[in-house]
Design a protein around this ligand. Structure first.
Ligand code: NAP
Length: 250
């Protein structure tokens, strides 16, 4: 019987102060992982940590504004130190998703989206995967989106950044998989979070296109991450698991 238990594992979750990241931090802690909650806002971060501890879990907050590679490297160092010299599970979740017509995107917006959605993920893996490979075990989960799989108006910038993440997932599976590090992604559909709250009914409209016909709750995405983090998915490498209510299936 393969269990979901993550007892004894150290998990770093970026963007864990909100939405999918916060739900994922909680779900990984429920399975016994020591969770490192990374985000910019210490107040929201400490609230996530306090909620996990109140349920008997283990968590610590790590402040990280992932604006450049130096900050990414600092996060890797702090997390490894807090984790007692190791990070076993990395959930590359922090992301931004401005929806805009291509001609309205400024150079600054383009650079900011790619800096967080692609570059920060890239260099965090570069920092943490080699140590996992040396230990012969690790799990990396990239949080992607359904709109990395099809074209949609207003989503060229965001969708292309996440399409890069999907290919990075496969590249890293090829690169680190033979040394025991599994790298997978979750292709997320419309999900109720603090970040999507301003979308109001537009989120429901987007979700209505899928068989499930409704937005996900963040906990439904977190459950998929827990599956990919642990031994239940031991033969899964380089997958982009659609958790999108069926949107990309039909
Ligand atoms: P959210 O509620 O907006 O939360 C975003 C998180 O990212 C927050 O923890 C935020 O930290 C962090 N963050 C933002 N900019 C950052 C930066 N420059 N440096 C470090 N951290 C930063 O997001 P969400 O809706 O849960 O989405 C999470 C992930 O799922 C994203 O990658 C998104 O693309 C993906 N996704 C979401 C949906 C959806 O419908 N919600 C659908 C598909 C994919 P602070 O709180 O500290 O600012």
């Amino acid at each position: 019987m393969i269990s979901l238990s993550l007892a004894g594992k150290v998990a770093l979750v970026t963007g864990a102060t909100s939405g999918i990241g916060a739900a994922t931090a909680g779900a990984l802690a429920e399975q016994g992982a020591h969770v490192l909650v990374a985000g910019r806002d210490p107040e929201r971060g400490e609230a996530v940590v306090a909620a996990i501890r109140a349920r008997g879990g283990k968590a610590d907050f790590v402040a990280a504004e992932l604006g450049d590679v130096a900050a990414v490297r600092q996060l890797a160092r702090s997390a490894t130190e807090l984790g007692g010299g190791r990070v076993d599970i990395l959930v590359n979740n922090a992301g931004v998703y401005p929806f805009k017509a291509t001609e309205e995107v400024t150079e600054e917006e383009f650079d900011a989206v790619y800096a967080l959605n692609v570059k920060a993920k890239f260099f965090l893996v570069a920092e943490l995967a080699p140590a996992m490979a040396e230990r012969g075990a690790g799990s990396i989960i990239n949080i992607s989106t359904q709109v990395a799989s099809y074209g949609a108006p207003g989503m060229s910038l965001y969708g292309s950044s996440k399409a890069a993440v999907n290919l990075l997932t496969r590249s890293w599976a090829a690169e680190y998989g033979p040394r025991g590090v599994r790298v997978n992604a979750v292709g997320v559909g419309p999900t109720r979070t603090e970040g999507t709250a301003p979308m109001g009914e537009n989120l429901d409209g987007l979700a209505a296109q899928a068989p499930a016909g409704r937005p996900a709750e963040a906990e439904e995405i977190a459950a998929a991450v827990v599956y990919l983090a642990g031994d239940a998915s031991s033969f899964v490498h380089g997958a982009v698991l659609p958790v999108d209510g069926g949107r990309t299936a039909v």
